[in-house]
Ligand binder design. Structure first.
Ligand code: SF4
Ligand code: FES
Length: 551
């Protein structure tokens, strides 16, 4: 492979790679603002300029290129020698930083971007300690540019990443550069606010605090946030995300780069779709129909009573049925099916309703918004298919409930971000009198009052597991926060029921996604789960830099 030398290090490169790309691949830091791997290269910020020496094609002698070259735009060449830390390169970095800060308000203490701002970071590394600018700074306005995005114009460094995003990735072109020189600013076209389905990605790619998230505004300093790697838990995209949280509270979701799945982006739907996790009315303790509500101190009793009732009714049933929601993980589906089939090998297995909205939508930048609003319909089908030949889809399950009086005990799971129970479903359940209904769910629905036993489940952010996305890709995710109050993950609930039903598992066995996957692979021929590696706190989780201590 051809080689280039950057700051004394000999590095291999592939044809077409730029100096900056090779440097970043080898963790050599070159400051950059306008370059983003997902966007076209414009080389307008000029901070990445470096001294480049290249072999003369005629003599083969190494010669310095007379002017500094933009490393983001300059292709690597065999034998090139690059210095990003030479006096000339450093002088340029300092000059660019001074220029960018001339009209900047330097209001870091009140800026949401503080702590993750490239201007702030580079200012420490490459900037001057004090400003030589004595004149009055030009003030630029704050603008409300869309449903989710605020623009603080005077913090903008005109890198144009946001403009290129709306032109190249979404193809919607809402943003533009208006004006000239020091008065240049980003704006929306009149009557065309930034409201496309991917709009909030401009907040992530803005290297400074100019584009900010209305939802996160002044909510939390970023150094208090722990970032847990996860997977989209509300649509079939399988988008790689990072759940950012502090003391059990989620504050925001961000995309994680996966060039094969979501590249650098997520939809606004995924970004803001987690709010149901902290809804006040979350189910938080088991409920037994006809009995007084359990108090907080009675949680162990509540679970023991709920489990005994469910297990007794499932065992006594002529033909039990299990409905596994496509919102649950593959591990949840596996353990629930293991329990239900252990109780009665004739148990009817079915997949819960798979919500959809519109059609899949592809954007010019190669990103797809999926119409299917459940993360794991394929994974649930894959797992249940190992337990029974005939796994019913939801409509067929409703029909079976209407016609088959032998189905007399139901174990149902929900875990949807909004109400999922249709009047038709409750009618189908009550088509045969006296059916026992056990419900594992997270939010109250019409079924909560109808169910004989309700057990509070945990959302995907509160447990670990695996989802299979719309393209059949299996991806493991880690638990970000503890389950709310007394809620339990569905895998744990299933393990507790398996223990009660006399399974080999010792009582109090804790659910652990990776060991469940190993069991799935060895005992049920689901070998594809063996190789999945769950990102854990030791591997990929980024801990908060600081903890807030109340005095
Ligand atoms: S608003 Fe942010 S992303 Fe857009 S040009 Fe300004 S600095 Fe760049
Ligand atoms: S990153 Fe190279 S000019 Fe902006």
């Amino acid at each position: 492979m051809p080689k280039i030398t950057i700051n004394g290090r000999d590095l291999e490169f592939e044809k077409g790679q730029t100096i900056l790309q090779v440097a970043l691949d080898h963790e050599i830091e070159i400051p950059h603002y306008c370059y983003h791997p997902g966007l076209s290269i414009v080389a307008n910020c000029r901070i990445c300029l470096a001294e480049v020496h290249a072999p003369n094609p005629k003599t083969g002698e190494l010669e310095a290129i007379p002017k500094l070259m933009p490393t983001c735009q300059t292709a690597c060449g065999e034998g090139q020698v690059v210095y990003t830390d030479s006096p000339k390169s450093i002088a340029n970095q300092k000059a660019v930083m001074e220029y960018l800060l001339i009209n900047h308000p330097v209001d870091c203490p009140v800026c949401d971007q503080a702590g993750e701002c490239h201007l702030q970071d580079y200012s420490y590394q490459y900037g001057r300690s004090e400003s030589r600018f004595q004149e009055e700074k030009i003030k630029q306005p704050k603008k409300d540019v869309g449903h989710h995005v605020l623009l603080y114009s005077d913090r903008c460094i005109m890198c144009t990443r946001c403009v290129r995003f709306t032109r190249e990735i979404t193809g919607t072109g809402e943003l533009m550069v208006e004006g000239r020189g020091a008065k240049e600013q980003i704006d929306i076209f009149p009557g065309l606010p930034l409201n496309n389905e991917l709009s909030a990605n401009v907040i992530d790619i803005c290297p400074v605090g100019a584009l900010l998230d209305k939802d996160f505004l002044f909510q939390q300093r970023v150094w208090f946030l722990t970032k847990t790697p996860s997977i989209d838990g509300i649509t079939a995209s399988g988008d790689n995300i990072s759940i950012e949280h502090n003391k059990g509270v989620i504050y925001r979701l961000k995309p994680r780069t996966n060039v094969d799945v979501n590249k650098w982006w997520i939809t606004d739907e995924v970004r803001y779709g987690w709010k149901f996790i902290h809804r006040e009315d979350r189910l938080r303790l088991p409920i037994i129909k006809g009995e007084d509500a359990f108090s907080d101190g009675e949680a162990p009793l509540a679970y023991a009573t709920a489990y005994e009732t469910v297990n007794e009714k499932m065992r006594a049933a002529k033909r039990p049925a299990l409905l596994v929601s496509p919102m649950l993980s593959c591990e949840d589906a596996y353990l629930l099916a293991s329990y239900a089939m252990g109780v009665n090998p004739q148990t009817v297995l079915a997949v819960g309703p798979v919500p959809t909205s519109g059609q899949d939508k592809s954007f010019p930048g190669g990103f797809t918004l999926y119409a299917e609003k459940a993360p794991n319909a394929r994974g649930v089908r894959r797992v249940l298919g190992k337990f029974a030949k005939n796994v019913l889809e939801f409509s067929a399950f409703e029909e079976a409930l209407k016609k088959d009086a032998a189905i007399d005990a139901l174990l149902l799971t929900g875990n949807y971000p909004s109400d999922w129970v249709t009047p038709g479903f409750t009618q189908a359940i009550d088509a045969q009198r006296g059916r026992f209904v056990a419900l594992i769910d997270t939010l109250p629905t019409a079924l909560t009052a109808r169910a004989d036993v309700v057990i509070p489940g945990a959302t995907w952010a509160e447990k670990s597991g695996t989802f299979e996305n719309a393209k059949g890709r299996l991806q493991a995710f880690a638990r970000a926060i503890e389950p709310r109050d007394y809620c339990k993950g569905e895998s744990q609930i299933a393990l507790d029921l398996i223990s009660l039903n006399g399974g080999e598992d010792a009582p109090n066995r804790r659910s652990d996604a990776s060991s469940i996957r190993a069991q799935m692979a060895s005992e049920h021929g689901l070998s594809e789960f063996a190789a999945l590696v769950e990102p854990t706190s030791h591997e990929e989780e980024v801990q908060a830099d600081m903890e807030l201590v109340e005095l």
